[in-house]
Design a protein around this ligand. Sequence first.
Ligand code: GDP
Length: 305
Amino acid sequence: MSETPWLERLRGGFKKTSDRLGDNLTGLFTKAVLDEATLDEIEEALIASDLGPATAAKVRDRLASERYERGLTEAGVREVVAEELAKILAPVATPLEIDAFPRPQVILVVGVNGSGKTTTIAKLAHLFLEQDYGVLLAAGDTFRAAAIGQLKVWAERIGVPIITGPEGGDPSAIVFDGVKKATAEGIDVLIVDTAGRLQNKKGLMDELAKIRRVLGRLNPAAPHNVVLVLDATTGQNALSQIEVFKEVAGVTGLVMTKLDGTARGGVLVAAAEQYGLPIHAIGVGEGIDDLRPFDPEEAARAIAG
Ligand code: GDP
């Protein structure tokens, strides 16, 4: 598959975000001097574009310190925005690495229903297969029959084995079987789907804690990664999801989905700025190849426009 379509989709996706930023900034570039009032307006425009107050304040400070050197052109402001965003994003851009030891490496995937969790699991599995790792899936979202079915369909499509159990069954039993099978068969990576019903936070927390206990008994370092899948189209909601899942699941990294075609991609920056969690990859479409490494420079340029 050529590189162009996804890159276009990504730019297209962030284009909505940058257009929104552009709309928010329009009218601010007619004045001759970058005065305090204009700086305030720019800061507000950045906040309105989901980039978050801390990022907006940083950009404002940079603009304030450079206002005489750079002049007040829209391009100049965008350049400063891009530079500041890249500074925030660069430290969190971290691919999901599979360590050499121990086997299997266990990746718990968490997130609210509809965030793109199942699709992301399939995309990750596909990515690992391409790197010649053996992959096993575990359908740990036993709460929804549809989730089990959907993951099965993906497993068949990409040709990876899957452990499933009955609807309403104990997810930790599935995880137990998954680790046993992966260990016996020398499978490198076990990717575990989990329930996403935040409505019952206590129930979810207990369920995830039990999965962790079972995993820990079999393989003390497991889970090696707890990946939270976030839907970019939910904007600021994504931030509260990080908050909750950090508490209930001990999140170690993020994948942000649906960055193709949302005006709310700026939330990626707010998440990086506020939580500093690794961003492993981004989802830019519904297809199996639509999970991309996270490139901070590219994202910063695309958002700043
Ligand atoms: P889950 O309920 O969290 O498991 O979510 P699913 O994986 O079923 O995804 C929900 C919907 O979002 C499905 O229609 C997916 O095809 C779609 N989806 C997932 N990731 C992306 C993405 O990166 N871009 C787009 N456009 N759609 C996505």
